[in-house]
Ligand binder design. Structure first.
Ligand code: BG6
Ligand code: MG
Length: 210
């Protein structure tokens, strides 16, 4: 293994919780049923695709314009939550493991569907840490399409077969598999049949990459 490509939301940090509470606020306002189980289906997929999944439970249909307004409203709530983040939101475990992986000589990249990835990295004090960041601003197709990871591998100059993707999303595992990457799954993604490594915690990467 020469490179590691990390998903961001739910892997490096707990911004998956902020996505959930922002969508929940919007869904409640619209009177649409939404819970943590449905929320798991939003992991890794784009903002608009996330909205479409939430709207499966809506009692009425929405125009494209209304959908765009709702997605923007959710993002405004989400970005407000991000403002409260600081380097204290980076866990000691993640910080330690990232430093160790760097000492092992690994190239480290981010592969996230989010258009807010760079803001989050800045809040965490990681804006200059990764060798490359591939995110929602440089892709045309969201996970489960492999584009975001293929771009990340290209940015660090490594072949997919030499890189490990770390994911908490089913869509992310499928993207990694489709792109020819090895992948390590966290949380629900650990149960996906296509994972190369099941992780119980972030620290497991030290063993996987040794
Ligand atoms: C992914 C999240 O990282 O980014 C998804 O897992 C989210 O839930 C997607 O929809 C897009 O994020 P953003 O910040 O561009 O709305
Ligand atoms: Mg994620």
């Amino acid at each position: 293994m020469k490179g590691i490509i990390f998903d961001l939301d739910g892997v490096i940090c707990s911004t998956d919780k902020y996505h959930y509470s922002a969508w929940k606020k919007l869904a409640d306002k619209e009177g649409i049923y939404f819970d943590a189980v449905i929320n798991n289906r939003l992991r890794g997929v784009s903002r608009m695709q996330s909205l479409e999944i939430i709207l499966e439970r809506a009692q009425k249909s929405y125009t494209e314009k209304e959908k765009a307004v709702m997605a923007e409203e959710k993002n405004a709530i989400y970005v407000n939550l991000l403002k409260e983040m600081s380097e204290y939101d980076l866990s000691e475990e993640v910080k330690y493991v990232l430093q160790k992986l760097r000492e092992y000589g690994m190239k480290l990249a981010v592969g996230s569907s989010s258009k807010n990835a760079k803001i989050i990295l800045k809040q965490l004090g990681l804006e200059d840490f990764f060798d490359a960041v591939s995110d929602g601003t440089n892709i045309t197709k969201s996970k489960p399409d492999p584009e975001v990871f293929l771009k990340a591998a290209d940015f660090i100059g490594e072949k997919p077969a030499d890189c490990l993707v770390v994911e908490d999303a089913k869509a992310g595992i499928e993207a990694a598999f489709a792109g020819g990457f090895k992948c390590a799954g966290l949380g629900e993604a650990a149960e996906h049949p296509k994972v190369t490594y099941k992780m119980e915690g972030f620290r497991d990467l030290l063993e996987i990459c040794q």
